[in-house]
Design a protein around this ligand. Structure first.
Ligand SMILES: NC(=O)c1ccc[n+]([C@@H]2O[C@H](COP(=O)([O-])OP(=O)(O)OC[C@H]3O[C@@H](n4cnc5c(N)ncnc54)[C@H](OP(=O)(O)O)[C@@H]3O)[C@@H](O)[C@H]2O)c1
Length: 251
């Protein structure tokens, strides 16, 4: 794991799972870290635990629902002022409600679009505008291998991650010329509250391993990182399967 280069960071979706571990790693490296999510008690407990390990406050909690996009501009400005600037933003917020094979539920689908797509755009637009002007900064978006193919198991979850992939690529193409890094993260299954109760998942890894891989890739400015790396090969094969065969295989 290379030394983490950032001094001030925002982690959206820091109350559990990969976002929480990423926030822990950042604070442990001496990076002032803003913690964002809805669950205030989890955020405050994490903030207090991280600050107990430091003489000066290193972590700051900002309870927020990413569906409230009208709050983002002012909150982003407040946080960057509190941190004294910004070097890194990680968008880890995401939801994947269970969806049955014959279920078409607009409420569940709209929620996934709100959190996985609209919230990401609201926060990462702010970061791209700021970093583009500053001519430095790193944007990390946590997508998924699920965005690489249209699978039967979660049409809107997969599509929300496909949106994120294209959006992050476009941001990269806008801001790379200004020295800004944009990292697309595509994890396979990771042991977090999101995957609890889903049964045996292939090649599942811990949130610790995932966070270390993500931060190492972000520090190096890798464009797209599969987590763990073996998913790059697996998904290359899966993407190469012709559509009619993919439909027949139903994987
Ligand atoms: N676990 C996997 O196998 C896996 C695989 C591929 C990709 N991913 C992606 O990885 C990211 C992190 O997920 P995870 O596995 O670490 O799951 P997790 O522990 O459930 O974390 C999800 C995070 O999203 C936040 N969140 C959900 N709704 C929100 C809202 N309305 N406003 C603000 N924050 C919200 C949650 O905080 P609050 O509930 O406190 O708001 C939590 O911090 C997600 O984007 C997920 O799609 C996960």
């Amino acid at each position: 794991m290379p030394t983490l280069p950032w001094k001030r960071a925002i982690v959206v979706g820091a109350s559990s799972g990969m976002g929480e571990v990423i926030a822990r790693r950042l604070a442990a490296s001496g990076c002032k870290t803003a913690l964002i999510a809805r669950r205030e008690s989890e955020l405050n407990a994490l903030r207090d635990a991280l600050n107990a390990e430091n003489e000066a406050p290193i972590a700051f909690a900002y309870p927020h629902d990413v569906a409230h996009t009208h709050e983002v501009n002012a909150l982003f400005a407040r946080i960057t002022q509190d941190l004294g600037g910004l070097d890194l933003i990680v968008y880890a917020s995401g939801v994947m409600p269970p969806v049955g094979p014959q279920e078409y539920d607009i409420e569940k689908d709209a929620l996934m679009i709100e959190v996985n797509v609209t919230g990401a755009v609201a926060w990462l637009n702010e970061a791209a505008a700021r970093f583009g002007k500053a001519k430095s900064g790193t944007i990390v978006g946590i997508s998924s291998v699920a965005g690489d193919r249209g699978r039967t198991t979660g049409p809107v979850y997969g599509a929300s991650k496909a949106f994120l992939n294209t959006y992050l690529e476009a941001l990269r193409n806008r801001v790379a010329r200004h020295g800004v890094k944009v990292v697309t993260v595509k994890p396979g299954p990771v042991k977090t509250p999101m995957t609890q109760g889903l049964g045996k998942l292939p090649f599942i890894i811990s949130a610790d391993e995932a966070a270390d891989t993500i931060l190492a890739a972000a520090a190096l400015g890798v464009h797209t990182v599969y987590v763990p790396q073996k998913w790059r090969t697996i998904m290359a094969v899966i993407r190469a399967i012709p559509s009619p065969i993919f439909r027949y295989l139903n994987i």
